[in-house]
Write a protein that binds this ligand. Sequence first.
Ligand SMILES: [Zn+2]
Ligand SMILES: [Zn+2]
Length: 204
Amino acid sequence: MPAWPTRRPDRSHRRARRHGRGRSSHRPSRPPLWHSRPATRPGSLVPSRRDGTLWRVSLTDRDDLHDEILLRLEAKGRRFTSNHRLVIDVLADAGRPLTIPEILPRTPQVPQSSVYRTLTVLEEAGAVSRLTMGSNHAHFELSEQLGHHHHHLVCRACGSIVDIDLDPEIEQAVEAELNRSALIHGLRIDEHSIDAFGYCAHCS
Ligand SMILES: [Zn+2]
Ligand SMILES: [Zn+2]
């Protein structure tokens, strides 16, 4: 009989053990300054960042998404207004980053100045991310803090940005390699971003 297991343990088990060990042995006495604490509630779908895991759980249910954003706005002393909800739904429905010229026709009932202000408030609350690469117009999308970790393909000519998901196995490998390098430099990673640049089919 072999003295070692004949079957590799499944990956989820290994991940769980690794994260469990990381929590017990690597937790600093104080979180690094770049850690921002998310709004949480009992049963929140957004996982804690403290164990170093990324945002894996998507807020796919629209009510959960609204609830999470409401909490984030309240934490900033803001109310969740109908304008906030409208802009969030436009970004969630688009499934790709949008520029303000793309957002405005989708929110005809909201004055243009309110759209700008709403995006700024949502960005400050960590609900919306502003992407500044690619073109003169900034793109806006739901923040990765709300659950959907992904990467971008950016056209250098027209500035279009497309969201892409990497294979989970590759994502794990990238994460492990980044963590390995970061540990050498004393950085505890709580997120990463990898974007690819080139020329789209229309521009090449
Ligand atoms: Zn292009
Ligand atoms: Zn994106």
